[in-house]
Design a protein around this ligand. Structure first.
Ligand code: NAI
Ligand code: MG
Length: 352
């Protein structure tokens, strides 16, 4: 047992929150005797781009050979590199070429965090969004015809495969089966998107046959978004196509306070390739350099990584430390506190 972890801080506050995640990981390593081997990576950033004209070296895949997981800060510095170049040149390459077909985003309301939804208390909101991460609505298939004329036409295809849909649905059912509520909610839009979405529903029904103990409920995406806000306590595991999952997995964390808390895992569950763990937030140029970024999303992402690597006890200790610090402080400004990034990170590390 040995875990090789590539560490990519990236840009902006990625460079500020990553040291806090490493500080907490190091505390967990000491306490649980974790066999961690960190591989620092100095590419996949806009600084690297400024020097080399590309986000990553040509041999990036070879350099990551034998790595079990990638811990990723954030990428993007729109003042110098357009976002589609920085994102498609790094993060999206990892997701697609490492077949990280699951994007898993826990949504949870913590004690001590002001909730934007009136009347909600911790315990009311605690669910997982499982997003399909490699196909669906996000393709490059299509184009513009008769461009610039009044007959201009644009077409953008959705591609869903039985293989792709079944594997994300199976993952979601397995997650639901491992949790006490035994409940899965499926995002659809089969009333409006009349070919692919009824087909998606059919794949969900077929998969449900293998999980008779799981209560399955389908929701059209529009009412599902409303229910995230109005009745978040209904949800336990929610599975969605790439586009719907993208929207839901930002809406979910938005319902629990600050984006500075939300973690994510880009998983290749078969472990053929490394999986990637990153906060939901980006590089936050507006606050970079002040040392006030909330490090929890990054630290929680590192905890998810340990869980995926089989280190459940270390994951649980990190999460308990996060819970305690959110409830009792110190807290960063986005949580209404006065602490800086390092103070909050150190407080969490001390409790692991
Ligand atoms: P952002 O998530 O970087 O920032 C949005 C807002 O949330 C800002 O006001 C920021 O100050 C605040 N915020 C974000 N993280 C925070 C934290 N940890 N603590 C306290 N406040 C926090 O999104 P934005 O501004 O749309 O994008 C900035 C750059 O990040 C762009 O280049 C974008 O492409 C990139 N980006 C990268 C992502 C990634 O690496 N996965 C994800 C999202 C954006
Ligand atoms: Mg998004």
């Amino acid at each position: 047992r040995r875990h090789r972890i590539a560490v990519i801080a990236g840009d902006g506050i990625g460079k500020e929150v990553m040291p806090e995640a490493l500080r907490v990981l190091s505390a967990a390593q000491q306490k649980f005797d974790l066999p961690l081997e960190l591989v620092p990576i100095d590419w996949a950033s806009c600084d690297y781009y400024a020097e080399h004209g590309q986000m990553m070296p040509d041999d990036w895949k070879q350099q990551l050979q034998g790595v079990d997981a990638i811990l990723f800060g954030a990428v993007g510095w729109p003042a110098t590199v357009p976002d589609h170049i920085s994102l498609w040149g790094s993060l999206l390459k990892f997701r697609r070429e490492f077949d990280q077909y699951i994007n898993l985003r826990p949504v949870r309301l913590f004690e001590g965090v002001p909730c934007p939804l009136a009347g909600r208390k911790p315990g009311d909101i605690d669910f997982l969004v499982v997003r399909e991460n490699t196909e669906g609505e996000y393709t490059n298939l299509g184009g513009v015809m008769y461009a610039g004329t009044d007959r201009e036409i644009v077409l953008q295809e959705t591609v869903m495969s039985r293989f792709g849909a079944d594997r994300v649905l199976k993952f979601a059912f397995e997650q639901a089966a491992a949790r006490p509520r035994q409940k899965l909610d499926v995002a659809t839009k089969s009333n409006g998107i009349a070919i692919s979405m009824p087909w998606w529903d059919g794949r969900a029904d077929a998969m449900a046959q293998h999980y008779p103990q799981i209560a399955v409920e389908k929701h059209h995406i529009d009412i599902l978004a409303a229910r995230f806000v109005l009745q978040p306590q209904r949800f336990d595991v929610v599975v969605a196509s790439n586009l719907f999952g993208d929207i839901l997995s930002d809406l979910g964390p938005a319902c629990t306070g600050t984006i500075g808390l939300a973690p994510s895992a880009n998983l290749n569950p078969e472990r053929t390739f490394p999986s990637l763990f990153e906060p939901v937030h980006g590089s936050a140029p507006d606050i970079y350099g002040q040392g006030i970024a909330n490090p929890v999303a990054m630290i929680w992402s590192a905890a998810l990584m340990l869980q995926f690597l089989g280190e459940q006890a270390a994951h649980d200790a990190m999460l308990h430390a996060i819970e305690h610090v959110l409830a009792h402080g110190p807290r960063t400004r986005d949580l209404g506190g006065l602490a800086n990034t390092a103070e909050m990170g150190a407080a969490i590390a001390a409790l692991v």
